[in-house]
Write a protein that binds this ligand. Structure first.
Ligand code: BGC
Length: 472
């Protein structure tokens, strides 16, 4: 029986297995980052192939985000129903079909169809990557392992900047968009041998399989973890959207929805999608702007690595507070750089420097911590559905910011737009301080029971009175 074989494994081997599994699942993040970043460059050349009205252009760019919102809504339910692993496999197939459709699109309607299909896969990936990893990871390293997904989002965005650059001279937008097929195949092949989430298995009555997975991924404590999961499963009730409104779940819903919206309305994708345009407006040439954007992408990756190193040590709240606080300051400075006279000549460099600092603070806080927390704070029975609802809000807010950013800068100016993001970051800071719980070092089941116990207590109860929150 394989359980005994597995139990006989060396402990180190088991941890390697969990790292490999998490790294493969994090390819979801790579596809998410790559497929959202690639359009910025590809679009320059699509415009030359197809004549499009401004409205149609907007639809081509934002089609993927609309698809992602739909994919998140659908993916959440699917994750609970068909399982996390099968959803990853399905997502990889959808990614492949979407990228292929875009690459061969003979006209705009087919291109838009490809963007929508690709978007649905992005929506799936944005939920199931963090969800799967958080459920398979041992609590002590859950923050770092789950945030590998966000690391791969940043790597994917950076890779898309390079691919854009590589195919730019040839104007080969079909190759840019088609390149997404490669990681899709790697993800599908990689996941074939990976196990299903032990928590999902247990909840679906497949207890022996759940135990086997835990034995392969833990260095002990399997029985305790199983009985914790069992106790949680026994308390489950309902998985529908309406069940999320039960009083004990409301605080978690507020935290998730709030962070989802704040992650976007504080302006990250104005930078990720429009940095070259913003930098060109400072007098930089196209090449300098693109290179400076690559620099911003590198900072995003590097600071996400720093966040991963810290997240299970200093905790989620501390990183969020420092990160969001830093965004308030850097956005204030950024607005000032565009507002004050006297920066001309050096304006581009000051702007690049402040953009880099701003992205650094995002990458250490709101970037990884949002996706991590929403994979931790919902009860097992509704985890997929709840993450779906929150992720839809994230994509919706993303769509609003990326559609309105050009309009805002044209009408109120770049300085005021960054100050607006700065003001919203200040609100996000107060929100984080007031309601975001600490989940460091606690098992998913302990987090769930904290939530239940806090029902009916005063506002500070929503902070999760965990020992870790206290000693941070
Ligand atoms: C956000 C994306 C963003 C990316 C940048 C993610 O956490 O959800 O919208 O583009 O971070 O690194």
């Amino acid at each position: 029986m394989s359980t005994t074989d597995i139990a006989g494994d060396a402990g180190a081997g088991r941890n390697t297995f969990v790292y490999v599994t998490a790294a493969l699942a994090a390819l979801n993040g790579l596809l998410f980052g790559f497929d959202t970043g690639i359009i910025s460059g590809a679009f320059l050349y699509i415009k030359q192939t197809f004549a499009m009205s401004p409205l149609v252009r907007g639809i081509v760019v934002s089609g993927a985000m609309a698809g992602a919102a739909a994919g998140a809504a659908l993916g959440g339910k699917l994750a609970d129903r068909i399982g996390r692993r099968r959803l990853i496999l399905l997502g990889a197939v959808v990614f492949f079909i979407g990228s292929f459709t875009m690459a061969v699109a003979p006209n705009v309607p087919v291109l838009v169809l490809g963007r929508l299909i690709d978007g649905v896969a992005i929506g799936f990936a944005s939920i199931v990557g963090p969800l799967y990893i958080s459920e398979i990871a041992p609590p002590k390293i859950r923050g770092a392992l789950t945030s590998l997904n966000q690391l791969m989002v940043t790597v994917g965005i950076l890779a898309s900047y390079f691919v854009n650059y590589a195919f730019a001279d040839a104007g080969a937008w079909r190759w840019m968009l088609g390149a997404g097929m490669v990681p899709a195949v790697v993800l599908a092949v990689g996941m074939v041998k990976m196990p299903e989430s032990p928590r999902w298995l247990f909840e679906h009555g497949r207890r022996d399989e759940a135990r086997e997975v835990l034995e392969r991924t833990r260095q002990g404590g399997v029985e305790e973890e199983l009985s914790e999961i069992e106790a949680t499963v026994e308390k489950q009730s309902g998985t529908g959207l309406r069940d999320l409104l039960q009083p004990w779940l409301r605080p978690a819903l507020v935290v998730g929805l709030g962070l989802a919206v704040f992650q976007q309305v504080t302006g990250i994708n104005a930078v990720m999608y429009y940095a070259p345009t913003v930098l060109e407006s400072t007098g930089f040439g196209s090449t300098t702007s693109i290179l400076a954007t690559v620099g911003i992408g590198v900072i995003n990756v590097v600071m996400t690595v720093v966040a991963i190193a810290l997240i299970d040590r200093v905790g989620r709240r501390a990183l969020l507070l420092v990160g969001v606080g830093g965004m308030v300051v850097t956005l204030g400075v950024l607005g000032g750089v565009f507002y004050l006279p006297g920066f001309s000549g050096a304006l581009g460099w000051f702007a690049t420097g402040s953009l880099m600092l701003y992205v650094a603070f995002f990458a250490i806080g709101l970037g990884p911590v949002f996706w991590l927390l929403i994979s931790e704070i919902y009860p097992l029975s509704a985890r997929g559905t709840a993450m779906g609802a929150v992720t839809v809000a994230n994509w919706g807010a993303n769509l609003v910011v990326s559609l309105t950013f050009p309009i805002l800068t044209a009408n109120v100016g770049t300085a005021a737009t960054f100050w607006l993001f700065g003001g919203l970051s200040a609100v996000a800071l107060v929100f984080t301080y007031a309601v975001v719980p600490e989940t460091k070092g606690r098992s998913l089941e302990e987090i769930e029971s904290d939530l239940r116990e806090n029902v009916g207590t005063a506002a500070e109860g929503t902070r999760g009175e965990s020992p870790d929150a206290a000693d941070d």
